[in-house]
Write a protein that binds this ligand. Structure first.
Ligand code: BG6
Length: 489
């Protein structure tokens, strides 16, 4: 579907996200001839830069992330031509006049889609929205995109929802979680609801457990200031991991419309079993990396990162066991795990099925592995279904084999980055892959007792060596249920 002409305003336009992800995603779309000829991108920042100075910053900071630093010269020229730079103080409504001057037409002119992308700290969301309204820039047809973190607890998330909601209606608000833009996540929807094969098995009668892992080899990089106030639970689990859990666990929606999908995700979040003091102590593990080696390179511990607080208690790893109290899922553990400076860089979902009820094959020759479905989001996008098969030759000996679907091989078309996909959806006004306010609040409501518990207990996160799979307690968490994490089995 062709896009309508648009003015896309990027607050935080000279920031890291904009340079590394948003501008490159827009360039890619432009290169695919996917942007209307006169569409414009207005980057907003605090620096009192001229357009030329901003262009220079874009050359240095965005270009290396585009086509490995070699954008197509013609597209790059065209793309540069779309960019404007406006310097303003986001907190001061008086400075918004400059932005008004840069936008086309009145705000009620729906021929040009007007989008405000707030790649800014959440503490500024309400102020910016208010200022947009006061300066007559926000209207019933404009859209606003909110980048995470969307609050740091339930109360702050509710406040954001309330204050942004005073300016924009729910159908104008796009709360981004870039994991929902990843191809494999959408493929999971296709797998579940485009095939007859899985749905009858997708329940407690046949599934023994589900593991969801997002492991990073990277440390905190230059984001320590933000990360130290957030930690892995807020940065990754409250949003990305819970969103993945929702897609795995939700009931079939009545359609793919935004509210049909989001209603089902919300039900999952509301059905998550609440923690008790016992399960908080027992089923949640938090860790912090110490020095070690990642890919053979020595790296410092979290507390020794440049400018780090040497006593920081911020967790860089979290693993937990969740349960969903519904007829479909009761009793099936969902193990979630994420961390920085881990042994590998991967994101995956493993759905493990139950054991066969009885074997007709002689024991010494065959060790049964229960079937499992691996849905890998990165580094490669693939599906792997593990089955038992007979090994060729005399006798009857079985061993595990894999049926594999490599998306890159199968669909030889270039992959679309998550941000590119989601930006397109914003520009089209398609809300399915964005979180609704009630989803956001339900996720915080479930996660908040963990934060409170950690604060009350005052314990240190458990240390783990960089380049490993996290603290031993994370292995013990699944071992208690007679299981292992996939990489450790
Ligand atoms: C972001 C987190 O939301 O996701 C980062 O703030 C994290 O800390 C990143 O590194 C991971 O995203 P991806 O797509 O690289 O797995």
């Amino acid at each position: 579907m062709a896009l309508s002409d648009f003015d896309l305003v990027l607050f935080g336009g000279s920031g890291d996200l904009s340079m590394r992800k948003l501008l490159p995603a827009l360039y890619n779309r432009d290169h695919a001839k996917g942007l209307p000829e006169t569409a414009r991108i207005i980057c907003v920042g605090r620096n009192a830069w001229s357009r030329e100075e901003f262009m220079e910053a874009m050359e240095q900071n965005a270009r290396p992330h585009i086509a490995s630093g070699n954008p197509d010269p013609a597209t790059w020229e065209r793309f540069r031509g779309r960019i404007q730079y406006v310097s303003l103080d986001a907190a001061d409504a008086a400075t918004y006049a400059a932005l008004k001057g840069a936008l086309r037409d009145g705000p009620d002119d729906s021929a040009i889609v007007r989008v405000f992308y707030l790649a800014m700290p959440p503490s500024l969301f309400a102020t910016i929205c208010r200022n947009l309204k006061e300066s007559g820039l926000a209207s019933a047809t404009s859209r606003v995109v909110l980048e995470k973190p969307l609050g740091r607890d339930l109360a702050s998330a509710q406040q954001i929802n309330r204050e942004v909601g005073q300016v924009f209606s729910e159908s104008q608000i796009f709360r981004i979680d870039h994991y929902l833009g990843k191809e494999t996540v959408q493929n999971l929807l296709a797998l579940r609801f485009g095939n007859v094969l899985f749905e009858p098995l997708w329940r407690r009668e046949w599934i023994s457990d589900v593991q969801i892992t997002i492991a990073e080899e990277l440390g905190v990089g230059n984001r320590l200031d933000y990360y130290d106030t957030a930690g892995a639970l807020r940065d990754m689990l409250q949003n990305h991991l819970l969103q993945l859990l929702c897609i795995v666990a939700m009931e079939p929606p009545v359609s793919a419309s935004p509210d049909a999908v989001r209603d089902e995700k919300l039900k999952v979040l509301r059905s998550l079993k609440r923690f008790t003091p016992f399960t908080l102590a027992q089923d949640v593990v938090r860790g912090q990396y110490r020095s070690g080696h990642v890919n053979g390179v020595a790296v410092p511990g979290y507390r020794k990162e440049p400018n780090a607080n040497p006593d920081s208690r911020t967790e860089t790893f979290v693993a937990l066991k969740a349960e969903i109290d519904t007829w479909r899922w009761a009793g099936v553990p969902f193990y979630l795990r994420t961390g920085k400076r881990m042994a590998d860089q991967l994101a995956e979902i493993v759905v493990r099925f139950k054991k066969i009820p009885a074997s007709i094959f002689a024991r010494p020759n065959t060790t049964f592995q229960p079937n499992s479905l691996l849905i890998r989001l990165q580094p490669e996008e693939e599906l792997q279904l593990q089955l038992m098969a007979k090994t060729p030759g005399d006798g009857m000996r079985l061993r595990p084999v894999e049926l594999e679907l490599d998306f890159k091989e199968t669909f030889k078309t270039p992959r679309m980055d998550a941000y590119e996909r989601l930006l397109l959806d914003v520009l089209r006004g398609q809300l399915t892959l964005f979180m609704r306010s009630d989803e956001l609040e339900a996720a915080w409501e479930w996660v908040e007792p963990i934060l409170n518990y950690w604060e009350q207990e005052g314990d240190e996160p458990m240390p783990y060596t960089a380049g490993t799979w996290g603290p031993a307690a994370a292995s013990a968490l699944v071992a208690r249920d007679g299981l292992q994490w996939r990489e450790e089995s």
